[in-house]
Structures are given as C-alpha cells and as structure tokens.
Ligand binder design. Sequence first.
Ligand SMILES: [Zn+2]
Length: 497
Amino acid sequence: MLSKYPGAVFRGALSGAARRAIPASFLSLRIALPLAMAFSLGLSLAVHQEACAQTDDEQTVKAIFDERLTSGEMYYLLEDLCKNIGPRLSGSEGAERAVTWAKEVMEGYGFDRVYLQEVMVPHWERGNPEQVRIVDVEGGMIALNALAIGGSVPTAPAGITAPVVVVHSIEEVEELGREAVEGKIVFYNRAFDQTVIGTGAGYGGAVTQRFAGPSQAAKFGAVGVVIRSVASNFDDAPHTGGLSYLEDVERIPAAALGFQSADRLVEVLEVQPDARLYMHLSSKWHPDALSHNVIGEIRGSERPDEIILVGGHLDSWDVAEGAHDDGAGTVHSIGVLRTFQKLGIRPRHTIRAVLFMNEENGLRGGLKYAEAAKESGEKHLIALESDAGGFSPRGFGASVDDDVLERFRSWLPLFPQNTISYVNKGGGGADIGPLRRETGTPTIGYIPDSQRAFDYHHAPTDVFETVNRRELELGGASIATLIYLIDKYGLRDEKAQ
Ligand SMILES: [Zn+2]
C-alpha cells in the first residue's frame, strides 16, 4: 500500500522517528503501557495521515472521472470539430479553420496562455474523385472503390491502363525483377494480420506496402501502384495514408483499394490474368503553406518553468472528419486543462496542451515544436500524446527510466477498474518523438482499446458517429488522472531531482 503514495507522510513518520526512539531497556512493565499507548497514538496518527493522502487522491480521481462522464463536454467539443470544421489536411482551408477553432475554444475557456506557433506545412490536394477500374479481357469495366494514397502524383490526364502484377511484399517486387514488373501496375495485396490481438502490430506489419511500395515498384519499371487498404475490417471503404517517394526514383501514381474491391481484383485476375487496370488520379502538390501548432496552458504554481505536455494532432486526412485520428487526442488534450480548471486543481508545474499540425503527411508541427523547445531551453518534465483514438482506456506506454516506470505502476490502483490497467515500457507518439530526440524529454503514449481503430483509420468512415461518449470521456479522464499524479508527485522525489 505504501508504494502507492510516494508523497505520503506515513513512511518517514513510522520507520524513522517512532522505531528508533525506543531502546529495548525502556521496555519495563512500568513504562510499557504508556509507551504502547503513545506508540499506538503515533501509529494511528500516521495511519490517519496516510488515509487522508489516499482519500485526497481517490477523491480527486473520482471527481475527474465524475466530471468527464457527467458533463460529456469533450464529446460535444469533438462533435463541433468533426461537424463544423470537418476534414483538415495540412495546407487546406479546413486546417486553417481548425487552427482558429482550437485557439478560440481555449481562449473561451480562459486558460492562462493561448498562442500559435508558426510552421510551414506541405500542401497536397486530392483533386477529383479517383477512378480505378478493372478492364477485363472483353473490354468490360468493373469500378473499384479507391483513394489516392496521400502525396501521390497524378496519373496522365487521360489516366493509365496497364496489366497487373500481384505481390505481397516489397521484397517480392525485387524477387520478380524488372522483367515481370516493367510497364505494369503493381498490386500490393498483403492483408492485415488478423491473428495479432494488438492491431497496431497488424497495421505495422502491412503498412510498408503503402509507405514504401510505390518507389519500390517504380525502381523496377512499374507505371502505377494499387494496394489493399491497410485496415482491420472487411468493408469496402478505402483507407488512405502517407507514402514516401525516394529522391532518385521516378514518382508513379498510387491508390488504395477497399477490402472488397481488392478481393474483386484478385478474383478477376485468377480467371483472367491478362485483365488490366485503369487508374485516373488528379492529385496536385502546391507550395508549402503557413500553418500553426495551437498551444494552451495553465501556469504552474510552484514550478512554472517545468512543463508537462499533453498533446494530439489537429490535422486529419482530407477524406474524413478525423474523429478518432486525431480529434479524440485534440479534445483529450484540451480536456486535461479544462478538467483541472473546472475542478479547481491548480497544478504545480505548467500544464501545456499542444495541438500539433501536420502529423499525417510531414510531421512538421512536431519537428518545429522540438526545434523551438531546444532553442529556448524550455524544460519539459514529460510529454504525453493521445493519437490512438477515442476508444476505451486500457493503459499507457512510457519511455522513462525503470524507477519512474515503477512509480507510474504504483499508481495503477488509483484508476477505476476497467480503465487503465497497465503501464508498458516504451511509448510516446509521432508528434512528441522529435521533442524526445532533441531534448531527451521522456514520453508517454495513451493506449486505448485497439480493436476498432484500424476499421476507421485514415478512411472516410472515421466520423463522429463512431465515437462513444463514455469511452471518449473515460480516456480523457484517465489521461487527466495520470497528469494530475505526475504533477503532484513528480517523476521522482524532488530532493533527488
Ligand atoms: Zn493520428
């Protein structure tokens, strides 16, 4: 029980003063009784003090959860972001409206300081709806559900038509070689591994085909790429995401197919290996655009120069409301400040919510923030990111030293059952990665349940209606609880810091 509350008075009081003050020779019958009484009084005082410390934290944690579950305030904020701002890809008008929205929301709450941090971001536009069709050997057409992969170059204005070669990995392209690939459209058909329980790993296993597949195919003379969407479910919504072209390789157009569309293509190619694919993409690159990270903070009462950062990213893909990715992280971050404010919790350290711009296709906001923090020498005690959706809380992952990890784990009993039940070693987020690398700031990632995350991820189906109010608010309350405990007790006993 003791280790649960590292800040409690109890530990020092009993083990130090009381025990050492009792030499054995004093323990005669005459004084044994009064001593025992005094001792028991001291003990009960110490126990009382511990009980109070417990009660304080338990009461505060309950207040945090009660507030979030009853007000649902962050859920309605998310609805506003999704329905009144909507898609907000970097450089777009939607992204700029989101910046204004976030600034006004935090100013409206009256946080101590709300400001923008300038950052130049890439500006890619999808253009007209994509057309991808199977052209069968008799010339018949079968339309497929497809989205250009973010960052893809367009096809020629009339589109391209080419035979298809099916592969399951980027290595297979190399094994097949130029002879099999040249002049063709490479179809990366690797499916999401359904046997992995943590779907992040399933995603990680298949995402290379989206990210690195186009340049790999181009190296061997391919004229285009389609991929089976990197998604965990079986509907026909295509899932976009970013790609990375190699510098010295020709840039070829690339699109993601819905799961059922990918199945259709497989079926047709099985009976007609000579069937071709028609692709028409009209995407466009514009010059970099000026945008902003949006930052709000509550100033610390004791250590204002030490920052506890809680963040998510404000941008989303252009085809979605970005409810889970990362509207949830956006309102989780604002929600920590808002919850402290509503409950009258005055933090000791400065609590800073950072809504990063451009996580999805460039990470410029995270890079800019880290560069500025390094330059100014600002001290970040720790940074937490929520970018895994608005689903039920499960745990945290923390890239911290082992003693700090143990301290976090000692707080687990304070979280209500069925919320946070573990703290893994290792964790953070894309946006706070650069801060860690540049300044050595320890990082934490919020881990919600992942079973539905990749059903919606980067797809038009990532909409507000898929967010459950209680799940979203439980996540926000869990994050606010961890921030509250870190602020109160620090990462280590402060004398040792
Ligand atoms: Zn995200």
